[in-house]
Design a protein around this ligand. Structure first.
Ligand code: 3HC
Length: 285
């Protein structure tokens, strides 16, 4: 079976820098691509901070931190970055046209044998795969935030993804010390099909005056042992991201049970997106 020794990660935002961090920490050379040098430096700074936190908690030693950083090379040119890799993991914003254009460039520049993976949380893997010349080597590799901490990789098998590709990605996830769960490609996969209706229902509770955000969250934290209540989690994920995913579920299944709560729509319209804007269901400094 093909072994991944060098991978490119496209996008150094919250998910991309976490993905680069864990691949490199487990011995895989990383080409990390950002749009410009400033963003690339910022991604490296975040990875360094998260590695420092792990050293502080004695999860890794200082040598492993340095080795992890040494294995990450940053690029601003996607074609150059993917030229000699075994795997490309895309982690850019959730916009189909943006991803389609990116994968068309990657498909031309990456070696014919390379596997192309998307970290999309909701866009169809089958549809993205069909825009490349290697649908059999195209797969979803869906990570969870914070990537260095969460134990799951949801591996999404598109209609044309080969069993060989699934096996390589499952094995790679194990090397990253993650559990791979393989699912079929339907809207929201399993994770967001289950999570987002719960978050939406929690928002409806606030919208209908059943309870305040703090109370809804306390019920789920204390009664169901969730580490974060659904509204705190919605802020952490980003309310715009939650709304996008609910719209994908609503459009994909044509079922009113996925209708986004009007309060969520209003908050996104107001630019109250959660942690990243400092205001969501809670306020952040
Ligand atoms: N890098 C490395 N380590 C990190 C980290 C990071 N970015 N962020 C947190 N950690 C570590 C901390 O060092 C700490 O380690 P310890 O257990 O050894 O002390 C541990 O994680 C817990 O962190 P904190 O003590 O700072 O804080 P909490 O105990 O409150 O935990 C949390 C924070 C891990 C985020 C926890 O609240 C949690 O699990 N929340 C739920 C997160 C979740 O559901 N994520 C999935 C979102 S959905 C998604 O991503 C998919 C998309 O498609 C929407």
């Amino acid at each position: 079976m093909k072994k991944i020794s060098k991978a490119a990660v496209i996008g150094g935002g919250t998910m991309g820098n976490g993905i680069a961090h864990i691949f490199s920490m487990h011995g895989i050379t990383i080409h990390l691509v950002e749009r410009n040098r400033e963003l690339a430096d910022k991604a490296l700074e975040t990875i360094t901070g998260n590695l420092d936190r792990m050293v502080g908690k004695e999860k890794i030693d200082a040598t492993r931190k340095e080795e992890t950083l040494d294995r990450i090379v940053t690029f601003t040119d996607t074609a150059k970055a993917v030229g000699e890799v075994d795997l490309v993991v895309e982690a850019v914003p959730e916009n189909f046209d943006l991803k389609r254009e990116l994968f068309s460039e990657i498909d031309k520049a990456a070696p014919g044998e390379a596997i192309l993976a998307s970290n999309t949380s909701s866009i169809s893997i089958t549809r993205l795969a069909a825009t490349t010349s290697r649908a059999d080597k195209f797969i979803g590799m869906h990570f969870f935030n914070p990537v260095p901490v969460m134990k799951l990789v949801e591996v999404v098998k598109g209609l044309q993804t080969s069993d060989e590709t699934v096996a390589v990605i499952e094995k790679t996830a194990q090397r990253l010390d993650k559990n791979a769960v393989v699912v079929s490609d339907y809207p929201g996969f399993v994770s967001n099909r289950v999570l987002m209706p719960m978050i939406n229902e929690a928002i409806y509770c606030v919208y209908e005056g059943v309870a305040e955000p703090e109370e809804v969250d306390q019920v789920m934290k204390l009664g169901m042992a969730h580490p974060m209540g659904p509204l705190r989690l919605a802020d952490f994920i980003g309310l715009d991201v939650c709304l996008d995913i609910l719209n994908v579920l609503h459009d994909g299944f044509k079922d009113p049970k996925y209708r986004p709560c009007p309060l969520l729509v209003k908050m996104v319209d107001a630019g109250r997106l959660g942690d990243k804007t400092g205001e969501g269901f809670y306020s952040y400094d």
